[in-house]
Ligand binder design. Sequence first.
Ligand code: PHE
Length: 449
Amino acid sequence: MKQEHRGAFTSNFGVMMAVAGSAVGLGNVWRFPYMAGMNGGAAFLLLYLAMILMVGLPLILAEFSIGRASRRGAVGAFKVLAPGKRWYLIGYIAILAGFTIMGFYSVIAGWTIRFLSEAINNSFAGQSMSEITGSFNNFVDSGYKPMLLSIGFIAMCGAIVLSGVEKGIERYNKILMPVLIVILVFLCLNSLTLDGFGAGMEFLFKPDFSKITTQTVLDALGQVFFTLSIGMGVMITYSSYVTKKENMVRSKVIITLIDTSIAILAGIAIFPAVFTFGISPTQGPELVFVTLPNVFAQMAGGYFVAILFFILLTIAAITSAVSIIEMMVAFFIEEYRMTRRRAVITICSMIIGMSTLCALSQVSGSSIRVFGLNLFDLLDVVSSNYLLTFGGLTIALFTGWIFNKEKLFNVFTCGGRYTVWLFPVFLFIIRYISPIAVSLIFLSKLGLV
Ligand code: PHE
């Protein structure tokens, strides 16, 4: 049956780039290197890889199976696969997570655009660390500048989603993701030439098991959710546009490898530079937005490196945000019978409202505070720590215990064609291992264990 309003990816490469585009984002380029650095380098990396196997990869496969079997978005999928039941409420959590993540993600993306224009204007040259910090703080404190930039960012992503699945999402990802990879490889090669290369590598790769605590384990799990875009139906939505028969397990393993490699490459691009110029590597958001411009200002050829780096960051943010917007657009099209145009305008306006509040909440003395946190920090915490983990838990339970086994087998193995032997392993992990691991993180984030 031909479905109206429903797009489809046209090539395996297109699917691969779109899914990788969603996964590879700000989470890889600044969050991963910083988290690894803070949490014992290679020790964190090992934990992270274990979490990828226990939770990340199984959940991507679960979301893909749900999307392919139902050919619906985050809410509709559960209505099709478990009619008359309330499992579709998972989809509403996904929509909520989409709004909360986009609220702060678009503000950070706005910062990225600001830094790109500063880099092009060569504004970092000759500035001291405190001048760069001061001008960043003034920028955030102005409120309206980050607000306007995040509106611009949302409009840009909205325009891509408006062009549809194949003419917008697939086409732009096919162009942008290879560009991102080329820039990243170039930045890594540039790192090799720096004096601090050895120190940077040691910081990133030398295991320090003494830094491993329960919090580290939880951080690793949280990072896996955020970086792989799982727990909020983005992968359900994207997989519902895959019409070709493909070896799902193989392509998802490749995507997970791409995502992890890009996080590690980002670390290789960033830390040697930080060490070469004797700057502290352990500061979260500042690492990218305050520390690095300073590094670029001192580096030979830093003008071009800075521009490339911020183009990379902007691309990473666009392709991830596009996937979140598409997840919500699919929901509005399917559940409210909206046209794509109307859905995009409605959702982007709502996101703009949220991001405006977020940007304004960062102005010093702002009264936009909830539970003592400014809205920006609150959304960050609520989305990654609670909504994604809870969404992931319910998706694992649904797939393991509710999803019709025969149907699941068919989509997982593409009708018995590929990786049949892996199915029982997958079923065991998604039934027991993933829910237990995720429950532990969830309970401990709530302070209950
Ligand atoms: N994976 C993206 C990143 O690493 C963020 C994201 C989370 C995108 C959830 C979609 C859904 O930046």
